[in-house]
Design a protein around this ligand. Structure first.
Ligand SMILES: [Zn+2]
Length: 303
């Protein structure tokens, strides 16, 4: 990556993001998508499967529901992509109902405290977003195993910001495609952050939440006011949302085409960084990068 490109993105350190945004996955690659089991673990990793009396009934119901949603849809929506046979759900201490995160190749951590207005709440789209990270991780591993000489996972150069920004669009896309609701991630984020403040300000601003909405046409002007890994490629979110609306019978194409787009874009950013760097200022560069991503996606959707 050119020094300029690295410098442009370096100022947005991941550490500035709330915990739910910090996703780092290890990986154990499994190659099967026959059946799915969601296992509920305590914070110390103790399985609750054999201790039904310890399982919170609301959480159990939600896990069963998510198992059904994922099981029913993953073979059609993931196409040839690989998926885990098991997802572990670990409850961890946190004060934030929003603090859901993928913590490994098959582990999603959710907060112990899920109360809002006295009710035990469960955010489906946020859970599916984390499941999307797991799918991304699995398939990147799978690709790298099949193409050991490919140059899409460089060591020593910092592409992580751009790669993470693409992965965040992918994770959101999994959530909106699986639920069929382009606004779902934004709506749940709004609900989850309603009462969350950091230094007197909302933990996630209304503008940033809006940029996660797939049903809105986003602009570089809007992104530039709300830069981050969750927003920089939001024009790509708009393109996915438009495709969902214009091609309701082609939804099964979206997730595999977006994953292919990420592979293509990673290779292109590494091999031809100049192709991505057009513009006199960050706004023009953001506009251009989003347009390049959208054109790669459209090409992959036509295949
Ligand atoms: Zn994420």
């Amino acid at each position: 990556m050119s020094k300029f490109l690295t410098g442009l993105f370096a100022f947005l350190a991941l550490s500035a993001l709330p915990a739910w945004a910090q996703v780092r996955c290890g990986s154990v690659y499994q190659k099967s998508k026959s059946a799915l089991q969601i296992q509920h673990l305590t914070e110390d990793g103790y399985s609750l499967m054999n201790s039904p009396q310890l399982i919170n009934p609301t959480l159990k119901r939600n896990m069963e529901k998510m198992t059904l949603v994922i099981q029913e849809k993953q073979s059609s929506y993931l196409g040839q992509l690989v998926a885990p046979t098991q997802i572990k759900v670990m409850e961890h201490s946190s004060t934030s109902s929003l603090d859901v995160r993928a913590k490994g190749s098959d582990l999603i951590a959710i907060p112990k405290n899920r109360k809002k207005n006295g009710k035990d709440i469960f955010y489906q789209a946020l859970f599916l977003h984390e499941y999307g990270h797991i799918i991304h991780e699995f398939n990147l591993k799978s690709y790298l195993e099949k193409h050991p000489t490919s140059n899409i996972d460089p060591k020593g150069e910092d592409y992580s910001y751009l790669f993470t920004a693409m992965e965040e669009v992918f994770a959101d896309t999994v959530a909106v495609v699986f639920t069929g609701k382009p606004k779902f991630v934004a709506e749940e984020l709004a609900s989850a952050t309603e009462s969350l403040f950091v230094d007197g300000k909302p933990a996630v601003s209304a503008e940033e939440i809006s940029l996660r909405d797939f049903d809105v046409v986003h602009s570089a002007k809007e992104i530039i006011q709300n830069r981050g890994v969750h927003t920089d490629f939001s024009m790509l979110r708009s393109a996915v949302g438009k495709y969902m609306k214009d091609h309701p019978d082609q939804k099964t194409k979206i997730i595999p085409a977006l994953f292919q787009t990420i592979l293509d874009a990673r290779a292109s950013m590494i091999n031809t960084p100049g192709k991505w760097m057009h513009g006199q200022n960050p706004e023009e560069i953001i506009e251009h990068m989003n347009q390049v991503l959208i054109s790669i996606l459209n090409k992959n959707l036509k295949k």
